[in-house]
Ligand binder design. Structure first.
Ligand SMILES: C[S@@+](CC[C@H](N)C(=O)[O-])C[C@H]1O[C@@H](n2cnc3c(N)ncnc32)[C@H](O)[C@@H]1O
Length: 215
């Protein structure tokens, strides 16, 4: 957990290094949950989707399958190593509708949106994958995310939840530098309409929760 400034810096140094092999782990291990989660975003041509944290940009190609390379994808992450990999993907694929920003997830709020590159944007969908379990401010982050969504906009969270301590839980905490027992989807449930959760992924360790901003 990146609870203190020192821990946060340590986690980011760790992710800078992990970025070299991250895609090999993330692409196969979370494929099923990721495909399901991205479908739940209900993306349509021309829409804007925000990905916090976007890591190495593993989701970008899936977003663009729904957007047909239209609209706007904004990826936020605090690791320059992870973002470097994301930018390589953007360049290699010639995606013109994707922007990345080195920023702290805790800073993504109304003020950030209003100042965003002096453009007026409406956020149609937000995807938080494997990020909130590492951030002690996760409740605030969910609140901020919902506040910057347009009415009826979609929020989807993919993360870990293991109720009981286990060897697997300890391993996930070690490799992801996060926690696995946060009641993240339960918190989201009270904040959105059309709430849905599926916690059957990765042998019951990974959940995908979704909902819409009440209009
Ligand atoms: C497990 S990775 C998930 C990346 C991506 N969402 C995925 O599913 O592949 C966690 C990410 O959170 C990023 N991160 C950690 N603390 C952050 C913060 N305070 N703000 C933004 N990103 C952060 C790390 O740099 C890392 O890329």
């Amino acid at each position: 957990m990146y609870g203190t400034k020192k821990n946060q810096e340590k986690a980011i140094r760790y992710y800078n290094k992990l970025s070299v092999i991250y895609d090999y782990i993330s692409n196969w291990y979370y494929k099923k949950a990721r495909n399901y989660a991205i479908k739940e975003l209900e993306l349509k041509n021309g829409q804007t989707v925000l990905n916090v944290p976007c890591g190495t940009g593993v989701n970008f190609k899936y977003f663009n399958e729904y957007l047909n390379n239209s609209g706007h994808i904004i990826g936020i992450d605090l690791s320059s190593g992870m973002l470097g990999k994301a930018r390589q993907k953007i360049e290699k694929n010639g995606w013109k509708n994707i922007e990345t920003e080195l920023n702290n997830a805790t800073k993504i709020n109304q003020k950030w949106l209003e100042g965003y590159r002096n453009e007026k944007i409406a956020v149609d969908a937000i995807f938080c994958d494997l990020g909130l379990s590492g951030l002690p401010e996760w409740r605030n982050i969910i609140d901020n995310m919902i506040s910057i969504l347009k009415p009826k906009g979609r929020i989807v969270i993919l993360d870990w939840y293991l109720e009981k301590p286990s060897f697997r839980g300890d391993f996930v905490k070690w490799i992801g530098k996060g926690e696995v027992d946060r009641p993240i989807w339960q918190y989201l449930q009270n904040k959105v309409s059309d709430f849905k959760v599926d916690y059957s992924f990765n042998y019951g360790g990974v959940f995908v929760a979704s909902g819409s901003k009440p209009s």
